[in-house]
Design a protein around this ligand. Structure first.
Ligand SMILES: Cc1cc2nc3c(=O)[nH]c(=O)nc-3n(C[C@H](O)[C@H](O)[C@H](O)COP(=O)(O)O)c2cc1C
Ligand code: SF4
Ligand code: SF4
Length: 282
């Protein structure tokens, strides 16, 4: 399955559901694929790549699947809402996937959508393995598998609700999370683009360019033989997590931490429209 992929009928212009996803390490893409399989008749489109001029959407249901970043909605998803306004679908649902702290993310999304005359009819939290490597790894394989299995069950429930276009309140974290972390999100949000100052590369880097090509903001390049970040970072962490040499680091602790990407998502799934000759290792 590729970035723009129809689950049932590849050529049908009139698919009933379109699921837009945003992902750094593939969890959101895995959720989107799995949900599409349960709903049927759904297409998947990357929020990063959707070209509204070239690809018209005719679906009556729209899904947004994305990771929680720093206890809120990632900037990429917020800016995507302006594109979404051009569709005016009947039913919009969202899945904010996270590592256990969804906090106020879906409430925030609903409010921002309202300010843009969009209605979020339902919103779910799904817990997945953590890709926030500065705080450690994703947990043991057993723990990861438990999360995938629980996610499968929840996706079955969500599929039923989406098929019946059920409207319901969005899910949210406990009050303490929403109080403490919503403030942190607001304080941090304006500085996310500069958080790439903590990236560095060890001497195993072979300049394969994978990190350059996977970055959704084209924030990395090679200057004077050195990898350079340009302060347009979204903190998706795709670059560090997909580096095949594990030579990309963030701060002091990441050399000791395991890398993570969703085991059923391959590098080439995220690099669909780019040169992938060196990427087949997945
Ligand atoms: C910068 C950043 C911030 C994150 N913040 C949170 C958070 O506030 N709460 C949480 O539960 N998980 C958080 N996570 C973990 C991700 O939401 C989670 O691992 C998600 O499944 C990653 O999805 P993806 O593979 O589609 O990118 C964060 C991850 C990143 C990279
Ligand atoms: S992906 Fe890793 S090895 Fe390849 S250029 Fe980037 S840092 Fe170097
Ligand atoms: S520099 Fe890395 S973390 Fe920042 S947006 Fe690009 S791929 Fe994501």
């Amino acid at each position: 399955m590729t970035k723009s992929d129809s689950n049932c009928n590849e050529n049908s212009q009139f698919t009933r559901s379109t699921i837009f996803y945003y992902t750094g390490t593939g969890n959101s893409l895995w959720l989107a694929r799995t949900l599409a399989g349960k709903i049927g008749n759904a297409e998947l489109i990357s929020m990063v790549d959707w070209d509204i001029q070239k690809q018209t959407i005719h679906s009556s249901a729209i899904g947004l699947i994305f990771p929680v970043h720093i206890w809120g909605v990632p900037r990429r998803v917020l800016s995507f809402l302006d594109k979404l306004k051009t569709i005016s679908p009947d039913y919009i649902f969202a899945i904010a996937n996270n590592a256990g702290q969804v906090s106020n993310t879906l409430v925030q999304l609903k409010k921002v959508m309202e300010s843009k005359d969009l209605t979020l009819s339902s919103g779910w939290s799904i817990i997945m393995p953590s890709n926030y490597i500065p705080w450690g790894g994703p947990g043991s394989l057993d723990k990861q598998n438990e999360r995938f299995q629980a996610a499968q069950l929840k996706l079955s429930l969500i599929a039923e609700k989406v098929q019946s276009r059920v409207k319901m309140p969005v899910e949210k974290g406990p009050l303490w999370q929403r109080v403490v972390f919503t403030g942190l999100y607001k304080v941090t949000f304006p500085y996310v683009h500069k958080m790439d100052v903590k990236f560095w590369v060890d001497n195993h880097c072979n300049q394969c360019s994978i990190c350059l090509n996977i970055c959704p903001t084209h924030n990395i390049d090679i200057r004077n033989g050195k990898l350079t970040w340009h302060n347009h970072c979204e903190q998706c962490l795709a670059c560090i997590q997909w580096c095949p040499k594990e030579s990309l680091q963030y701060g002091k602790k990441t050399p000791a931490y395991p890398r993570y990407h969703n085991p059923e998502v391959k590098l080439k799934d995220l690099m669909n429209n780019k040169s992938i000759s060196s990427l087949e290792r997945g």
